[in-house]
Design a protein around this ligand. Structure first.
Ligand SMILES: [Zn+2]
Length: 183
């Protein structure tokens, strides 16, 4: 038996001509990428990621974290934290939820949440209050913001074209606070 291969979000796993992307993966330009940290599993042509569960690090003040926006409520985007940058191989416990307030989303004034972030987006953010149960984040820095997003119409992963997010499937252009690190 070969040793289990660990991947982190955004890591290439294989090509679509060779594999079918399964759970916790996304496809971009014919390449299959991991959407979460975990172990690579293959079943015939299907390749997927089994999310890893390990001793979790606790986010600290000023840590840069990556997580998924799972709900938008009034002036808050709620983010399920995935990992602390620089410590990608150790996931944060899935119950750790952080909040991004509308005033901390962008360097610019934000009128509508939907102009800068949507449910399902993967965001990179800095911790401004690390207290468990009340973790606050900011994305108001050039390197921070949305690092992966899907088309609201057909769920295709949006492509970053000079800071504009465009759907390669239907051509729709969507607005986000895009991180310089959008992959
Ligand atoms: Zn689309």
């Amino acid at each position: 038996m070969s040793e289990a291969r660990i991947v982190t979000p955004g890591e290439k796993m294989g090509k679509t001509e060779e594999y079918l992307g399964g759970e916790n993966t996304f496809v971009s330009n014919g390449e299959i990428y991991a959407e979460v940290t975990g172990t690579v599993e293959t079943d015939g042509r299907k390749i997927q990621v089994k999310p890893s569960v390990s001793t979790p690090p606790v986010p600290r003040l000023n840590d840069v974290v990556v997580g998924k926006v799972f709900r938008i409520r009034n002036a808050l985007a709620l983010v399920r934290l995935s990992y602390v940058e620089g410590n990608e191989r150790r996931e944060i416990p899935s119950q750790e939820v952080a909040a991004l307030h509308i005033s901390n989303l962008s360097q610019d004034y934000v009128d509508e949440m939907s102009d800068v972030v949507r449910e399902g987006d993967i965001v990179k953010a800095r911790v401004t209050n690390p207290q468990s149960g009340n973790i606050d984040l900011t994305t108001a820095e050039p390197g921070l913001g949305v690092v992966s997003a899907r088309c609201q119409r057909d769920s295709t992963r949006l492509r970053n074209e000079d800071g504009k997010l465009v759907c390669p499937e239907c051509g729709r252009e969507e607005s986000r606070k895009v991180s310089e690190d959008y992959r």
